[in-house]
Write a protein that binds this ligand. Structure first.
Ligand SMILES: N[C@@H](CCC(=O)N[C@@H](CS)C(=O)NCC(=O)O)C(=O)O
Length: 234
């Protein structure tokens, strides 16, 4: 696919950093970035909702060489698309020469961007984002336990066997897994040594360093008078 223009709507260290990372891995710095001030509620303005009814980041505007445009709203899909579109970046096992490697890669890509992500999101919104009256400690506890007893052992087993999540080769699945592990660590999860060793490897990649260079701007909790407190729908 030939891309003429790429624009990423981003907020530091959130799921849009996954996409910023894959873009740096594949197209260098050849894309625009617009920061969406999530805690100021910019994602709930009529103008933004018209482009993205899910009121979130990442959002990716793609213009192809032939002038066609599309807008993508799911980080996992964006990471998959760029990994598949730039084969020289070696981020995705190809379907034709190694069905098994491709199957395992897709399994981890989806596990990270749906199942694992769902648990982390429940923990995050019930601990820090929802209005106090709507938070449910039991939900938070349930997903913490599930994450520790079901997710972590699978990741530990894989990362004890090889350098990266699927093999000894870095892949786009590692992009989402890494973001999730960093997110989990912010909530006191992923404490096993294997995770620190893994992070010390992946976070040295130049594309990672660029994608997370703004991460210090991220606050775990919105200010107490942030408009998001009233609008946030989970
Ligand atoms: N499934 C979507 C979820 C995106 C998402 O919820 N992003 C969060 C930041 S990590 C957001 O922008 N939340 C703002 C809101 O929902 O108001 C993806 O992976 O792209």
């Amino acid at each position: 696919m030939q891309f003429r223009k790429i624009k990423l709507y981003h907020y530091p260290a959130t799921r849009s950093a996954r996409v910023k990372w894959v873009l740096h891995e594949t197209i260098g710095d050849n894309f625009e970035v617009e920061i969406v001030p999530l805690y100021e509620g910019k994602q709930y303005t009529a103008e933004y909702l018209e482009m993205n009814p899910n009121h979130n980041v990442p959002m990716l505007e793609i213009t192809l060489e032939n002038g066609e445009t599309t807008t993508m709203l799911e980080s996992g899909a964006m990471v998959t698309l760029f990994a598949d579109s730039f084969i020289d970046a070696n981020l995705a096992p190809k379907a034709e020469n190694g069905g098994i490697a491709r199957a395992d890669y897709l399994q981890m890509l989806y596990f990270a961007s749906s199942w694992m992500d769902m648990m982390l999101w429940q923990i995050r919104i019930h601990q820090d984002i929802l209005p106090k009256a709507e938070r449910d400690e039991k939900t938070c506890e349930r997903y913490r336990e599930k994450f520790v007893s079901e997710v972590e052992p699978q990741l530990i087993a894989r990362l004890s066997k090889h350098d990266y999540i699927c093999s000894n080769e870095f892949s786009a699945a590692d992009i989402i897994i890494t973001h999730n592990i960093m997110w989990a660590k912010m909530y006191g999860l992923c404490q096993h040594d294997v995770f620190s060793r893994y992070l010390s490897k992946v976070t040295k990649r130049p594309a990672f360093i660029k994608a997370f260079s703004d991460a210090k701007q991220f606050n775990l909790k919105p200010d107490k008078d942030s408009p998001v407190k009233a609008n946030f729908s989970g």
